[in-house]
Write a protein that binds this ligand. Structure first.
Ligand code: RUB
Length: 312
């Protein structure tokens, strides 16, 4: 359990972050946990697995990749502890492999949308979005990138390092400079924390501003999202919780303590409605956002929704 708790803490404190990485970390933690789990009955096994799953899911509320990964991993149909254990280990390995392959396929599909000489704008730090940019660069296309700082956690600093290592020419801008530079941009590519059944995108705070500026400038707006980032419960009308993070990430708490009339809000994500999204690149194809329900039905399965309802 110690190791699983450590992974949960790393997700909570954002040492492990990004929707894809937290999902893979959770599947890995569950696999390693059940491998060592000592129990005397299947009932006890089930209770321990449910407890571990809840600890991981409770770390961050917005990226559906996390509960999806946990649900897909902890499913089993077994009559003994050993059978259940084997199934969970196999599920976890399958999920980890699915995530890895998905990124590779998204990179190949998405890179087709980039032409030699294109200027891309990205936001925050998304492995899926960067996989597309890097694949196009690897194909010999000259791609330049505008990267936003992504206040308050400045994940843009991670992105510029990654792009710099690959040799891609990159310009760092503050979030409020998005509109000024949009006229030089050919395509915006961002990741996804969740995609709803009606094709709305939940991603790092500020994403919807990029989308708005892109629409105004008639620039294509693409989200790169593995199928496990689609949100099954939104089919039932559930709303996605937007994580509210600490004011300390925005301003020194000593300053705010001196300002009794001021409060700080720090939502970590926002919602971009489907009408601002031209394309969602998944590992099973590039679709308009109106196909979101089909992705949920055909590639996650509506039974995942039932599983989530039962454990809610
Ligand atoms: C990260 C973020 C990323 C998505 C997709 O937010 O919004 O755009 O998670 O990332 P945070 P990826 O830093 O708060 O986790 O494509 O790597 O899954």
């Amino acid at each position: 359990m110690q190791q699983l708790l450590e992974t949960a803490e790393k997700i909570r404190t954002m040492e492990i972050r990004g929707a894809g990485r937290i999902a893979v970390a959770a599947a890995t933690a569950l696999r390693d946990y059940v491998r060592e789990l000592q129990v005397s009955s299947l009932e006890e096994f089930e209770a321990k697995v449910l407890e571990a799953a809840a600890i991981l899911v409770d770390t961050r509320p917005t990226a559906v990749s996390l509960p999806n990964a946990v649900m897909l991993t902890t499913r089993y149909d077994a009559s003994t502890v050993e059978e259940a254990r084997e199934q969970i280990i196999a599920n976890a390995d399958k999920f980890i492999e699915r995530a890895k392959k998905a990124l590779e396929t998204i990179a190949q599909i998405g890179a087709k949308r980039l032409k030699d000489g294109d200027v891309v704008m990205t936001h925050c730090n998304s492995h899926a979005a960067l996989a597309i940019i890097k694949a196009a660069h690897k194909q010999g296309k000259n791609i330049r990138v505008y990267t936003t700082e992504s206040r308050p956690r400045r994940q843009g600093f991670i992105t510029i390092r990654e792009l710099n290592e690959t040799g891609i020419q990159t310009t760092l801008i503050v979030d409020s400079a998005v509109r000024i530079f949009m006229k030089e941009v050919d395509v915006v590519i961002v990741g996804a924390d969740s995609i709803t059944a009606n094709g709305a995108l939940v991603n790092k705070i500020g994403t919807s501003q990029l989308a708005l500026a892109a629409k105004e400038a008639r620039v294509n707006f693409i989200s790169a999202a593995e199928t496990y980032k689609f949100h099954p419960m939104t089919v039932m009308g559930d709303m996605i919780e937007i994580e509210d993070r600490s004011a300390d990430e925005v301003i020194d708490p000593k300053i705010i303590a001196e300002l009794p009339n001021v409060k700080v809000r720090n939502p970590a994500f926002d919602v971009t409605p489907s009408e601002y999204i031209d394309l969602i690149v998944t590992e099973v194809g590039a679709f308009p956002p109106s196909m979101a329900f089909v992705v949920i039905r055909d590639y996650l399965g509506l039974e995942l929704m039932e599983d989530m309802k039962e454990t809610a």
